[in-house]
Write a protein that binds this ligand. Structure first.
Ligand SMILES: *[C@@H]1O[C@H](CO)[C@@H](O)[C@H](O)[C@H]1NC(C)=O
Ligand SMILES: *[C@@H]1O[C@H](CO)[C@@H](O)[C@H](O)[C@H]1NC(C)=O
Ligand SMILES: *[C@@H]1O[C@H](CO)[C@@H](O)[C@H](O)[C@H]1NC(C)=O
Length: 435
């Protein structure tokens, strides 16, 4: 393995260079109206593709799973009111950031960025000129005629976490995954597809530590005060949907559709719940889970919504593999194992239910309030690169976090249209092949 590493690194670098050339081609299609192309960050179309992604599919999957742990810790720290969970860095250096990116422009004339989509965050932030610890793609406020820093007296300055006041300029500090950032609170024109949003409030990052910060910034699609939805209420009416491409088809893009126009009519809905203490998270009611046609036995307390403890189920775009609290995961997993009978069980990284023979469970159904979503195998089985091992692509919530939160993650959402309809407090899901 040690001898292989240099070779892999060289290979990774070559692939990165080739991918940069390819990336230009992928993004050449213009984003139309209020619909944006969405790429997986590991896609050959993504210039942000981390070098390790090139090593092997198996490595990438295990890497994504390791990153998920940091994400889960982070989400739990958002969800568990009054408790701040300190993110725990894993043994090795990891590059953790949400999984899907879109193209956006900021300023006049516009400067282009690939922003990570994050439905569990509100504010947008972008690395700015002079930033310590940021990547090389930064926003230059001096080159924009519409840029404006916000004063401490601005109303928005009360909506950021840990506001700071430096002279008269408003700023904020926050932790994100395993990183911390310090930013100025600023405004400029944000252009999404062909829609300009004047005076968009975002964080201009001046300092970043750790490796969780998406290299070119983040677009918060949460539901709290500074999110895209809150800042574009008249334009998009707090409505958006996405279809995330499968990471088995990395060349393909999905889409992010903003606003009520063009959203699917034939779609099933479940109510969206609000947790006033954690306003950015999208909570839903998960009533049960079926493995094939059998409803597994999950104690109701494992699925119950509790705004005080933060317990319940959230839909998240940034976690890769669904995590269930231990009693729920164990029930699902045990049913898989029961179905597999005497077939030899093995594990791969953090996946504990893997087989070298085909898994006989054809579907998995999430039973949400008012909506059953039946997933095909592509949404819950992961195959190792050699094709020799197939694993149930879910896990129990990490043990070192306050495990009360079930997270429906992006692998389980791929090739589905997921519609966030806030005016009607509901979440829609329909199958759609977008890759
Ligand atoms: C915010 O972060 C900056 C840069 O790391 C630091 O100098 C400052 O003390 C922090 N402020 C607060 C209030 O934590
Ligand atoms: C992705 O695109 C590249 C070139 O653009 C091509 O070589 C490769 O075969 C494609 N992969 C898939 C899975 O379609
Ligand atoms: C979901 O499936 C369960 C079990 O099969 C069934 O009882 C329930 O009525 C279904 N719910 C909806 C909304 O179709």
């Amino acid at each position: 393995m040690k001898a292989l590493l240099p070779t892999l690194l060289v290979l990774a670098l070559l692939l990165v260079t080739a991918s940069e050339a390819r990336a230009a081609k992928c993004w050449s299609r213009q984003d139309q109206g209020s619909t944006l192309q969405v790429f997986h960050v590991y896609s050959p179309c993504s210039p942000l593709r981390p070098p390790h992604a090139a090593a092997s599919w198996e490595e990438s999957v295990l890497q994504m799973q390791a990153e998920d742990k940091v994400r889960l810790q982070y989400l739990s720290s958002l969800a568990v009111a009054g408790k701040s969970v300190v993110p725990i860095a894993s043994g090795r250096q990891i590059v953790q950031s949400p999984t899907y990116i879109v193209r956006a422009k900021i300023g006049t004339p516009p400067q282009a960025f690939l922003l990570a989509l994050d439905t569990s965050n509100d504010a947008a932030w972008i690395p700015c000129d002079g930033c310590l610890g940021c990547s090389s793609t930064v926003f230059s406020p001096l080159k924009s005629t519409s840029y404006k820093p916000l004063p401490c007296s601005a109303a928005q300055c009360k909506q950021v976490p840990n506001p700071t006041c430096d002279g008269s300029a408003c700023g904020f500090n926050l932790t994100y995954g395993g990183s911390s950032i310090a930013a100025d609170l600023t405004q400029d024109t944000l252009t999404l597809a062909t829609d300009p949003v004047p005076a968009y409030t975002f964080g201009c990052i001046k300092k970043a530590t750790g490796t969780s910060v998406p290299p070119q910034g983040l677009l918060g699609l949460g539901r709290g005060p500074l999110s895209l939805l809150s800042q574009t209420q008249s334009l998009y009416q707090s409505t958006f949907s996405y279809c995330l491409p499968s990471f088995k088809a990395l060349n393909f893009s999905g889409s992010l559709r903003l606003g009520p126009i063009g959203q699917p009519k034939r779609i099933k809905y479940t109510p969206l719940l609000k947790n006033p203490r954690r306003s950015s998270l999208y909570y839903v009611i998960l009533r049960g889970i079926k493995v094939g046609r059998r409803t597994v036995d999950i104690p109701p307390s494992a699925l119950a919504f509790n705004p005080t403890t933060g317990a319940g189920t959230v839909i998240d775009s940034g976690t890769v593999f669904t995590r269930l609290v231990a009693p729920a995961y164990t029930a699902v997993r045990d049913e898989f194992r029961r179905r597999m009978g005497k077939a030899a069980l093995s594990s791969l990284g953090g996946f504990d239910t893997c087989y070298s023979v085909p898994i006989v469970v054809p579907t998995l159904t999430f039973m949400f309030e008012g909506m059953n979503v039946t997933l095909p195998q592509d949404n819950f089985l992961i195959h190792s690169s050699a094709g020799s091992l197939t694993c149930l692509a879910m896990a129990a919530a990490p043990e070192n976090v306050n495990s009360v939160l079930n997270v429906i993650a992006n692998m389980q959402q791929q090739n589905h249209r997921v519609l966030f309809d806030l005016p009607n407090s509901r979440l829609g899901v329909a199958r759609e092949t977008c890759s």
